[in-house]
Write a protein that binds this ligand. Structure first.
Ligand SMILES: [Zn+2]
Length: 413
């Protein structure tokens, strides 16, 4: 039996990172760009070399198929995203695609013929860079993006999704054909870098993901009173920024005290009128909370409401909260977690489990099928950066478990 060729994986990931490489060594491979197109051609070549047939679905997701002996069985799908953030790293997304292709290649060398068909997808627009909607390719596959939503999408320059698709000889009106019927798919597996520092610090080479956190995004407005910054006595002010500063500090402290139960971030702060000689009259904050339990997110939300009420009294301001978007946490399929455990047991490796604090295609695919995810460490917890890095010995171990799991599921066992 020949194992995973980690040197080939390494070389292919390096090559992929060169497609869209920026002068300072990062990779900007935005969806539907020329670099992305080149990356699709490169991945397509690798899929074909591994004996797969390749097609592009109606939305631009690239799909390689390794035909199973029993065509009537629902297929196993795996893969990850081909797009990167601007100035991104080499592993985010790429690892899940290249790693899965290496599994199929090794099966071919070893003469393993899957009973169940296996598909590898290189999804488009997972990062949400173009239109502000993450996991767009998988949302279309999962049937979450009806045409009326798709036609509204525009990038920052006003270029529409429709125009992007037309340039790819794709018709937005036909994008719905990329939808996967629940009965056709058996499971979806994704191999990904952790993008945090848990595994790097604990020294674990890989982990099974148990949940993908929910995200609650709030817009908070604090209305004070804009006035002259010289003539208004300190005790007569209604300074919206001072009130907002206090609120941010309280939200931060509570999240810190939760000891890892949840994270909260005030990511933007708009101050109006915004002049050095005017007391801030209004502040708008965007606050995001992530937790692997919806009940925790709800509790944090209620807590922020009561914090705001206290701050209104203390600073004489008026507060308002709008819940812009709430995406619930998703538990990955217990059956898939068990499959990873079984594979680890067979390979005599210890199992570590953790939640994912970032969103992934697997979170969307969980809406239509059983999903499993496996993480390998991100060195120093760095991702979405050209410094993204994972020890190849860790990639090899994680990939061994991932391939064993794929093989077991593909065997129809
Ligand atoms: Zn990713």
């Amino acid at each position: 039996m020949q194992g995973i060729d980690i040197l080939a994986v390494q070389a292919h990931i390096k090559k992929l990172a060169e497609l869209g490489q920026t002068p300072d060594g990062g990779t900007s491979r935005l969806s539907y760009s020329e670099a992305w197109q080149q990356a699709q051609d490169f991945v397509s070549g690798l899929m074909q070399a591994a004996g797969m047939t390749v097609e592009r679905d109606a939305f631009g997701n690239l799909i390689g198929t390794c035909r199973g002996q029993n065509q009537s069985l629902p297929y196993l799908m795996t893969g990850s995203h081909l797009d990167t953030v601007p100035e991104g790293g080499s592993l985010d997304g790429a690892l899940g695609i290249i790693g899965a292709i290496e599994c199929i290649r090794s099966w071919r060398v070893n003469g393993f013929k899957p009973l169940r068909t296996v598909k590898i997808v290189a999804t488009v627009e997972e990062e949400g860079t173009l239109f502000g909607v993450g996991c767009l390719g998988s949302r279309v596959m999962a049937g979450e993006m009806p045409l009326e939503k798709l036609v509204q999408l525009k990038d920052r320059s006003g270029k529409t999704l429709q125009q992007y698709l037309s340039a790819q000889q794709l018709d937005i009106a036909a994008a719905g054909a990329a939808r996967i019927a629940t009965e056709d798919i058996h499971a979806f597996l994704e191999l990904h870098v952790e993008q945090g520092s848990e595994l790097d610090i604990s020294g674990q080479p890989w982990a099974v993901v148990t949940d993908i956190v929910g995200i609650d995004r709030l817009w908070i407005t604090l209305q004070g009173h804009a006035n002259h910054a010289g003539t208004t006595r300190m005790d007569r002010r209604k300074d919206a920024l001072v009130a907002a500063g206090r609120l941010v500090q309280e939200i931060y402290q509570n999240a810190l005290d939760s000891q890892g139960l949840y994270v909260s971030t005030a990511g933007t702060c708009c101050v109006a009128p915004g002049a050095v000689n005017v007391i801030p009259g209004q502040v708008e904050l965007a606050v995001e909370t992530r937790a692997s339990q919806d009940a925790v997110m709800e509790r944090v939300y209620q807590n922020i409401i009561s914090l705001l009420q206290g701050i209104e009294k203390q600073y004489g301001v008026k507060g308002a909260i709008t819940r812009r978007s709430t995406t619930p946490a998703v538990s990955l399929a217990p059956t898939m977690i068990k499959e990873f455990e079984k594979a680890a047991h067979k390979l005599d490796m210890a199992v570590c489990k953790m939640p994912s604090w970032a969103g992934h295609d697997a979170k969307i695919m969980a809406g239509i099928t059983s999903c499993g995810m496996l993480f390998v460490p991100s060195r120093n917890g760095i991702s979405h950066s050209r410094e993204e890095d994972t020890r190849w010995t860790d990639v090899e171990k994680g990939l061994q478990v991932f391939c064993e799991t794929m093989q077991c599921i593909a065997s129809g066992r």
